[in-house]
Write a protein that binds this ligand. Structure first.
Ligand SMILES: C[S@@+](CC[C@H](N)C(=O)[O-])C[C@H]1O[C@@H](n2cnc3c(N)ncnc32)[C@H](O)[C@@H]1O
Length: 285
């Protein structure tokens, strides 16, 4: 049973980190001027109205994207992120819409590339199909993440990004994510893998186990980029989130050094907010 709907959370602090990292990785891939493959295993609807009843109920974007809209340091470091937010809000006088990972990708890629998007929830799938219908290089699948990913690997274009953003609703999601990366890497060892994870209250937090098990896969240049907005037990739910990037592009670490301190400072809810940025595996492991 799928109950998670990203519309409640669109534009929150986790989306800011996740989508800036996505834009940076795609920038590195596009910089080579060669075609690339992209697979989004958990795509969501592709774009969200911040005026919807769901979004208004939680207002999570107010402690996320809304707080960094005029941040000059982040605008200079990740202009793509801002350009795409402007594009989905064209004609609006204030922030009304927030793009999901498929829309960021569709806007950065072009006809030379090949992108696949998996989404299992029927309504989210329909919305995604509608939101991407202008982009001929974007293929939307009503399909399970792992089944679809393994069926599509290795891609015809042997360079690219696998973007993994589960909702971690089920007990086994953490273990399944690691197994999925392990199996996918066996089929496509050159691929960049970017995996998002939440930082939850003490009782529910599984990030340590996830990061440890992903590191144990021993994929070269595995980076952890993580930040918190407040103390672990001062909030219900997520107090931060992180990304693991395996086979990370060479200069990604430098980009992350620019954005993580600024995201953390801008989105902090109390003085305990902090970030962690480290290379977990070597270049030659
Ligand atoms: C966190 S949301 C994705 C948000 C999106 N990546 C973004 O950044 O805009 C996770 C999505 O995964 C979908 N999902 C959950 N289990 C799935 C599965 N086994 N296969 C494919 N999609 C799944 C959910 O319906 C939900 O829309």
């Amino acid at each position: 049973m799928l109950s998670y709907r990203h519309g409640f959370h669109a534009g929150n602090h986790a989306d800011v980190l996740k989508h800036m990292v996505l834009c940076l990785i795609l920038r590195h891939l596009k910089a080579k001027g060669k075609p690339l493959s992209y697979i989004d295993t958990h795509s969501g609807a592709g774009a969200y109205s911040l005026q919807s009843a769901w979004s208004q109920q939680t207002s999570e974007y107010k402690n996320g994207v809304e707080k960094i809209l005029n941040n000059r340091i982040l605008m200079d470091a990740v202009p793509e992120y801002y350009r795409i937010i402007d594009t989905v809000n064209e004609g609006e006088t204030s922030l009304k819409y927030y793009p999901g990972s498929p829309m960021f990708t569709a806007q950065i890629l072009d006809e030379s590339d090949n992108a696949h998007f998996m989404e299992l929830h029927p309504t989210e799938y329909d919305n995604l199909k509608y939101n991407l219908h202008h982009y001929a290089y974007c293929h939307v699948h009503h399909r399970d993440a792992e089944e679809g990913l393994l069926a599509l690997l290795p891609p015809a274009i042997r360079r690219g990004l696998i973007f993994i953003d589960p909702s971690y609703e089920l007990e086994n999601d953490y273990k399944n994510t690691v197994n999925m990366v392990k199996k996918a890497h066996l089929k496509f060892s050159q691929g960049i893998y970017a995996i998002w994870y939440p930082l939850l209250g003490k009782a529910g937090d599984r990030s340590y186990e996830l990061v440890r098990n992903l590191t144990k896969l021993n994929i070269k240049r595995t980076i952890r980029a993580e930040f918190t907005v407040c103390a672990q037990d001062s909030i219900m739910g997520m107090h931060g989130s992180g990304m693991i990037i395996c086979n990370a592009p060479y200069n990604l670490m430098d980009d992350l050094k620019k954005i993580l301190p600024e995201i953390t400072k801008s989105l902090a809810l109390d003085e305990t907010a902090k970030f962690k940025l480290e290379m977990l595996t070597a270049d030659d492991c």
